[in-house]
Design a protein around this ligand. Sequence first.
Ligand code: NAD
Length: 419
Amino acid sequence: MLTAAREVSVFGDAIAYFNEAASLLDLDPGMRRLLTHPSRQIIFSIPFQRDNGELEVYTGYRVQYNFARGPAKGGIRYHPGVTLDEVTALAFWMTWKCAVVDLPFGGGKGGVTCDPTTLSPRELERITRRYAAELVEVVGPDKDVPAPDVGTTPQVMAWFMDTYAMHKREYTPGVVTGKPLEVGGSRGRVEATGRGVSLVALAQMQEMGIQTKDARVVVQGFGNVGSIAARMFADQGCKIVGISDVTGGYHNERGIDVAGAIAYAQEHHSLDGYRGGERISNAAVLELPCEVLVPAALENVLTIENAPRVQAKLIVEGANGPTTPEADHMFAQRGIVVIPDILANAGGVTVSYFEWAQDRAGYFWRESEVNERLAEVLLENFKRVRDVASLRHVPLRTAAYILAIDRVVRSMNVRGVYA
Ligand code: NAD
């Protein structure tokens, strides 16, 4: 578990960012009230049988935050720290993330409070099937489309899809994205979030005059997002000087062999015992000298306590909500540029959108086509965010929220509020 420096409501912090942008947009108070309430929050028990026959009960959640622009969209998290507050914040962020890259989706998120690392594959399958069965009536390609997040995988998505198909008696691959290729997944989806992180980072580095060959990059979290982002940065000639996962951090001034670290983590299920760098604490990783810092683990890791010691020039939020509002203000004061989560990690949901579109058309694209369209969507919308930032003299995060809120509000105004 990540240790937060203060007891926080993740959703409360998320609203603080929203309010900052909403004030600049002169948003109508009624609309502001509406947008700070989730449309639907679902909590349920998940009874499941351990392999030894013991019966346990976990708690499952699905929050459907907003449907103005399309079906709810967002991942499923399996983690011991999952709470309704966290899932609501994540669903809230998904609303703005989908809007900032102009996808025809609303926002949603789900989770189960469990530790998947302690579960056997059969136990994981049973939990997933029961979780999916509870949601059969409220998810669907035109209702709510889940995807992977922390602790869930393409295999988990395949079990979710299969359970839905069994209940509905129809093959509906578009009910969930991030699936394996064999059951309607998209080429390029596994790499999409990390690829997107590196794409927007490289565009911003160019703006700031940071050459890739001179760039030292630090990546916190070495899962799907962090490890792939690290590989993409290394492929572009950057030097990865620090990586970490839940077991600790690793520092190597000469550059970490990313492919070797990925192979190690795959073989050992974590970086524990990795010898390609000096072992340091998780906290120290965030404070290493570097040009680019990529938090790609969980929320609230950059706080008012460690913000003064962060040495990066550019922070690219691979994770959702890694920076508290106080730390964010300090970074702005210190001239550290932050590419906000809702834009930086939107590559995953963008390729999820491509997957949903491919499933519905029954026609699948080449990987090069997926990657080209991903770059087009991200870089075009990143440019719009930068334009709003320079026009209004605001940081990139506020600009991203302004663009996203404006798009959602336009849809809501055209549809009208059924009140
Ligand atoms: P993952 O489960 O694949 O990896 C998470 C990584 O974080 C693991 O390496 C874990 O060991 C590490 N970690 C956990 N606690 C840590 C700590 N205290 N210090 C350092 N590392 C720690 O998850 P993921 O899919 O890579 O997601 C990471 C973040 O990116 C989350 O915030 C998630 O919401 C966000 N995100 C993921 C996607 C996606 O497509 N997977 C898309 C958008 C955003």
